[in-house]
Design a protein around this ligand. Sequence first.
Ligand code: NAD
Ligand code: WQD
Length: 334
Amino acid sequence: MAGRILLTGGAGYIGSHTFLALRAAGYDPVILDDFSNANSDVPDRLAHISGAPVAVLRADIRDESRLRQIFADHDFDAVIHFAAKKAVAESVAKPLLYFDTNIGGLLTLTTVMAEHGCKTIVFSSSATVYGEPDETPTPETAPRRAINPYGQTKIMSEEILESMVKADPDWTVGILRYFNPAGAHPSGLIGENPRDIPNNLMPYIAKVAIGELPEIQVFGSDYDTPDGTGVRDYIHVEDLAQAHLLSLQSLLQKRKSHLVNIGSGQGYSVLEMVKAYSRACGRDLPYRIVDRRPGDVPIYCAKTGKAEEILGFRSQYDLDAICASSWRWISGQN
Ligand code: NAD
Ligand code: WQD
């Protein structure tokens, strides 16, 4: 066995796919989740796909005494820390909830990890730390700028982790700045399916494709982009899961921290996404151009060379594979 790894937020969208990648690579992943944003049947689905029982701890990362008990009971080699609140608009309305969960949770977790001599962590950061970048594709050296409380929590988390590494070289930290995760597992058994009206483009398109929502609203067509709509770097969640595996292996083997972008390096506009999804589901999806969404930036696209150089990571799946997997997942729901 390659090591026992705690996945906080492991029942969520990215955590559940990473669970399968770790298990396939011979690791012993353990899920910790409070199920505030995950379906309770995810562990059963993961057990079904991987053919073995799934270890799940229902807990809140802010519950210090519970975490102490969990670390005393398990000998973890490393942690992948996904658990966080992630909705930008909600973070503007409820900043304290975001600071409490994302910052308070990180502080509690790393304090308990240090007490138990577990000092290897992969952290879910986000391209949102670039705010409105001056440069695209955006390199990791671009300045960090927060444009909402969610972004602030990711910048602060990165800074906290960097200070920990400086103070104690036994800590090895992998900071992964994801661009726009999309798609689902090829089995069609796990994926992203928000309970409410989705905030993000891909799950919104998916709900229009299955007829749950009437039409896609395209937020602005007057950006300085080839077709005027927003451009993003969509990365297949299966590629993202592999990136976590590579990050973890690098930390455990080389004992050296890293901070890298995880994207495909390829940008697609909202209209290109609508077309690609229409191909996947076999009909032209209805859309309407509406006003820009406040706070949106025209283009996010990753400079990807550093992840390739340090981790050997390169995305494998293209846009059609992303849309096909999303459609397989969403059309199998309900
Ligand atoms: P998700 O909401 O599907 O997964 C997060 C999981 O954490 C959920 O299962 C939720 O139940 C759990 N959780 C939340 N608060 C908790 C708490 N206090 N204690 C224990 N568990 C808790 O989100 P995701 O898309 O899988 O995102 C995972 C991570 O990646 C987050 O840190 C997010 O900020 C980051 N990220 C996501 C995206 C994206 O677009 N999905 C992009 C960049 C970064
Ligand atoms: C993509 C494009 C919209 C919805 C967000 C967070 C970011 C990260 C990923 C966590 C934009 C347009 C969207 C819709 C649309 N999350 N759009 N109609 O804004 O790039 O990033 O998720 O870290 O922090 O900010 O993703 O999917 O919301 O938008 O036209 O109904 O689609 O304007 O151009 P975004 P998104």
